[in-house]
Design a protein around this ligand. Structure first.
Ligand SMILES: Cc1cc2nc3c(=O)[nH]c(=O)nc-3n(C[C@H](O)[C@H](O)[C@H](O)COP(=O)(O)OP(=O)(O)OC[C@H]3O[C@@H](n4cnc5c(N)ncnc54)[C@H](O)[C@@H]3O)c2cc1C
Length: 453
């Protein structure tokens, strides 16, 4: 079977096929390129670390005042040392590089799996007390099994329809469809009517049993970016350096930042998400095909609303819950962290995320209370503090992660991956494990390897 990951590997090779790596960069001959990297998220950091290990000179330019990008841990209660994630949450059991690097850096991965409760149509169903219909469970299992036999043309055909249509074409009943939409839309960050059926089935068929919602790093996922930054060396990471302009000529790159600083190199790795990438002035300009692809790729809107409660009234450490009300999806954000207090995160997506993010704290507390009261009664008085991060308005991404819509997986991604002059592109949006930290890391390392040969 050709997996999505095999396809991506092949397409990466094809994309790089248009690229001639200057022979001078064959580091086996002792020539070490000087590389500038835009972005100190996981892709940029992983690229820099790989290059540093190969003895190359690297400079990482980061617009924010911190490293980590979309990985953003936050201490929600300093007294009890409780840490939550405002960005990426779960490390998947299949995420090999991430796990290997955690081991390398001595970072502990602890269990962060959940057993899902449901609030639907005014009724609360604890874990184990709800399920899809037997017919649909059997049908879905057979669809997932069939995926193993898909040929390349079957996958391309599937990419042309959306996940909602695929499910309805396969006879899902209304209740099952509504619950699937509520659950699956949290994976993609938008309603499943906007998601490529190919991207969806590939994710469900190729992921771990808990759909890569398996682990978390003790102390917060930002420990990973901090560990990388330490190894790369602070002197090589320039925070608050927003790249405005990239000039490429004669096998050299000059990068201009908003504070007037200019950095030069033999190669550039650009890990900026699409919104930011399009704001950079490229001289000469990017090829029209790449601009067209960049303009077509949307990002999912996710809003994380975190609430610290004075007690863990949900009782189960492994509590999460899908709801059909405003709060959408809730999960225990301080699982396996000792304390009397505990945090839940309400995870809204799409238009719902947009609406929730704009409201004041009073409204949000009321909304959370309304969403939880079917299951737990009134909980508003138990709120100690709350905070909100809406990725749809994040200054540099304007979204949580890329959203491959119908017909885009097989068309946009290969174009976006193509090298342009001395610039290589990396980041979650170009990855095999798209939408995951693992994808960002692997894409960054691949860009570094493409430079060094
Ligand atoms: C709400 C949410 C939930 C998620 N959940 C998970 C999860 O559970 N598991 C998982 O594995 N992944 C998850 N992810 C995805 C994961 O966070 C990303 O895939 C990964 O962190 C992306 O890394 P990156 O390096 O590609 O991009 P980024 O982290 O965005 O890094 C790019 C960097 O470039 C910088 N930049 C942009 N423009 C410029 C410029 N002009 N000059 C200089 N710097 C610039 C940005 O500030 C940023 O730091 C989640 C993401 C979000 C937002």
């Amino acid at each position: 079977m050709t997996t999505r990951r095999d396809f991506l590997k092949t397409s990466a090779i094809l994309a790089a096929g248009a690229v001639i790596i200057p022979p001078g960069f064959n580091i086996n001959k002792g020539v070490k390129p000087k590389v500038v990297i835009i972005g100190a998220g996981f892709a940029g950091l992983a690229a820099a670390y790989r290059l540093k290990q190969k003895g190359c000179e690297v400079t990482l330019l980061e617009s924010r005042g911190r490293v980590g990008g979309r990985v953003f841990s936050h201490p929600i209660d300093k007294d009890e040392d409780l840490v939550i994630e405002l960005g990426a949450e779960w490390v998947g059991a299949s995420h090999e590089r991430m796990i290997a690097m955690c081991n390398e850096f001595g970072l502990e991965l602890f269990n962060n799996q959940f057993e899902t409760h449901l609030t639907f149509a005014g009724e609360y169903f604890p874990k184990g007390k709800w399920n899809y219909s037997d017919e649909w469970k059997a049908k879905f299992d057979s669809l997932i099994k069939d995926y193993a036999n898909f040929r390349e043309e079957d996958k391309k055909k599937l990419d042309k329809i959306d996940w909602w249509r695929y499910l309805t074409n396969n006879g899902i009943n209304e209740r099952d469809l509504q619950i699937r939409d509520l659950a699956d839309s949290t994976d993609f960050g938008e309603c499943i009517r906007h998601v490529s059926a190919y991207a969806a089935i590939a994710e469900y068929a190729e992921s771990s049993e808990k759909n890569e919602m398996d682990f978390k790093i003790r102390g917060g996922n930002s420990m990973f970016s901090n560990a990388l930054a330490e190894r790369i060396g602070e002197e090589n990471i320039k925070l608050k350096h927003k790249v405005l302009e990239v000039n490429q000529a004669d096998g050299k790159v000059d990068v201009l930042c908003d504070n007037g600083a200019v950095f030069s190199g033999d190669s550039l790795i650009c890990t900026a998400p699409v919104y930011s990438l399009l704001k950079i002035k490229w001289k000469p300009g990017l090829p029209q095909e790449k601009i067209d692809a960049l303009n077509q790729l949307q990002y999912a809107r996710i809003c994380k609303h975190a609430l610290l409660f004075n007690e863990r009234f949900w009782k189960d450490e492994d509590f999460d819950m899908v709801t059909d009300v405003y709060g959408h999806y809730f999960y225990h954000a301080t699982k396996n962290q000792k304390g009397t207090k505990g945090a839940l995160i309400s995870y809204t997506i799409g238009d719902k995320a947009d609406v929730v993010s704009r409201q004041n704290d009073e409204f949000k507390a009321g909304m959370i209370n309304d969403s939880l009261k079917t299951a737990f009664g009134n909980v508003k008085d138990k709120i100690v503090t709350q905070l909100n991060y809406y990725w749809g308005m994040d200054e540099y991404t304007k979204g949580a992660y890329a959203l491959y819509g119908t017909g885009q997986w097989y068309t946009l991604m290969p174009e976006l991956k193509k090298k342009f002059m001395s610039t290589y592109f990396a980041g979650e949006h170009l990855a095999d494990w798209q939408g995951f930290m693992e994808g960002a890391i692997v894409s960054g390392e691949a860009a570094a390897d493409a430079i060094t040969g």
